[in-house]
Design a protein around this ligand. Sequence first.
Ligand code: ZN
Length: 331
Amino acid sequence: MVKKGYRLKAEDIVLLLLPLVFLLLFLIRPQNREISNLPAPEEGQREPAITLTVYNPGESLIVEAKLEEYIVGVVAAEMPPYFDLEALKAQAVAARTYALGRVEGYYGSTASHFGADICTDPGHCQAWISKERFIEVYGDEADWARIEKAVNDTRNIVITYGDVLINPLFHSNSGGATEDAREVWAISESVPYLKSVFGPDESGYPDYEKIQLYSWDEITRKVKTKYPDAKLSQNVDMEIEAYTVSGRVDFIRIGSVSMSGTEFRELFGLRSTKISLSFPSDKSVEITTFGYGHGVGMSQCGADALAREGYGYEDILKFYYSGTEVEEIAQ
Ligand SMILES: [Zn+2]
């Protein structure tokens, strides 16, 4: 407190103004505060050179990579190179969002990374491929150049919800409708941008449909591995009990056992939980799956189908991630 009649010295004024300065700094801090502590610009560069450390479990190697160069390798590994350029751009933005989210420590444990920000295991983070390997296996120089263009054209663009980077989950083919995250994982709170949406026709893509024939014996054996006490009759006795809003199996009954669609998919190694059953005989079951993957977030085939209908990458991303913004990283 300043007593009445006390003459303020310059130091006192500074001390008095400090709280105000801090308050102002707090109020005008960047909106994307979660990503505001990225490296400062290097001398002579207009934009910050964002780097990250990438752990490659296949080679037991951690390397430092420039974000935008790393993203090219992710898109090359995660999406077919012949997909529409706008779909490749949507994948690039999703990959960048995920990578920066990992740098910020989102999306769970990174204990398996040996200190790196992200890994190249698609089962844990996201896949990545070197240019040399890509040209050996998937495409040519022109394909790589298209992917580079998709990344360059979306430089620094990310997806946010409420000013926070989203978890941009995606899958290969939705079978026509994506799934709500809560139907797939036991999460307590619903994720507002991972809701079920009905999308374009994806039946023209190779991953759309697969038919597998099982004998009833095979099915009962598999069920017994997980439920040894299950009561199963001699003849086929199974039915889909309930569907989710996207038309996937919510619960399925096999003899005395009722299990979730996700559990059924895992047990039988199926492509998806969008399933139809038919019974060619008393002793056999035909399982047809539609789509490929968990069905949550962006469908890659759907993104390509939308792009071919004229959607730009921003519209594709906003279509699959409800209520999000597609914007530049706050510098
Ligand atoms: Zn990882």
